[in-house]
Design a protein around this ligand. Structure first.
Ligand code: ZN
Length: 297
């Protein structure tokens, strides 16, 4: 019963729990524009439905999400023509220079994520496998994160694309300031145990139990009175915002666009990320992500 191309939308427990499943498992659920727009629609659908108490966000297959779609599908939906996604013709899509990127990335990478973080429902991300770069953004937008034993977390855009982190810069809040610098400067990955120790991940389940145990966890939260649940969420989110979370996100987004502008200038408008021609490893040639081992330099 899904009306979506890139994801599945289901409800369980008499409609009290909505389950949104990123559904491009063969490519590890990369985030193309069509998927992100549908995800926004699915979140708003769950928010509008007064029966829904908890929203679970999960990914089909071996990986929750390996980041933004850098490959063929993205090129197809971005290129002018019959297959172009309509979002590339609005919200800055027809503008020139950095204005185009500032507007497009604000709408489709930054403000959508921030909006999902403030969804009027309790949200639980259920993740497995590599959760890289933009995969972190989706997961971080949720109130709670549960994972299976295969989950690893990394933002590789610093070491692979010459970028200062993904558009929704929650890294210092999720990892702590020093760990954020370490992970961004090395591109190393955080293990699920370490993510749990840092407080980012609430539960670690066996891979074959992830779906079932996530639902059991969501069910416990769904029993809370919805008014209290919302005010707990708001209490914590407003505390973080008063600590500077929202303003910091906006400032870091501006730096992110400055970083894109840097590569745009050096490449004379050809690329907004570091490519092999600009001295980078090239995202397709970069080696495997290494675990952040405390004994390995
Ligand atoms: Zn960007």
């Amino acid at each position: 019963m899904s009306d979506y191309r890139w994801l599945l939308y289901d409800t369980v427990d008499d409609g009290t729990i909505a389950v949104i499943t990123l559904n491009r498992p063969e490519h590890r659920n990369p985030q193309n524009r069509g998927l992100l727009v549908e995800l926004g629609e699915a979140f708003m659908r769950a928010e509008a439905d007064d029966t829904v108490r908890v929203v679970v966000l999960r990914g089909a297959g071996p990986s929750f999400s390996a980041g933004h779609d850098m490959g063929r599908v993205h090129a197809g939906e971005a290129a002018p023509g019959p297959d172009q996604h309509p979002s590339f013709r609005e919200n800055g899509g027809t503008k020139d220079g950095m204005e185009k990127w500032m507007r497009q990335e604000w709408h489709y990478f930054f403000n959508n994520t921030r909006r999902w973080r403030d969804l009027r429902k309790i949200t639980v991300a259920s993740v497995q496998g590599p959760v890289y770069s933009a995969g972190l953004m989706l997961m971080w937008a949720c109130d709670l994160i549960v994972a299976d034993e295969t989950a690893v977390f990394a933002d590789v855009v610093g070491t692979r694309l010459g970028m200062c982190g993904v558009e929704y810069f929650a890294h210092p809040w999720e990892f702590g300031p020093r760990k954020a610098k370490e992970l961004l400067l090395t591109g190393d990955s955080l293990s699920v145990e370490e993510a749990h120790r840092l407080g980012m991940v609430s539960k670690i389940f066996a891979p074959d139990r992830l779906e079932e145990d996530t639902l059991a966890f969501a069910r416990r939260i769904a029993r809370m009175p919805t008014a209290a649940a919302l005010m707990i969420k708001e209490g914590v989110n407003q505390t973080q915002d008063n600590q500077g979370f929202y303003n910091s996100l906006q400032a870091a987004f501006t730096l992110h666009e400055l970083n894109h502008a840097h590569w745009a200038v050096l490449s004379q408008g050809e690329s907004i990320i570091q490519t092999a021609e600009l001295g980078g490893p090239g995202w397709q040639q970069a080696g495997p992500v290494q675990p952040a081992d405390v004994r390995r330099p």
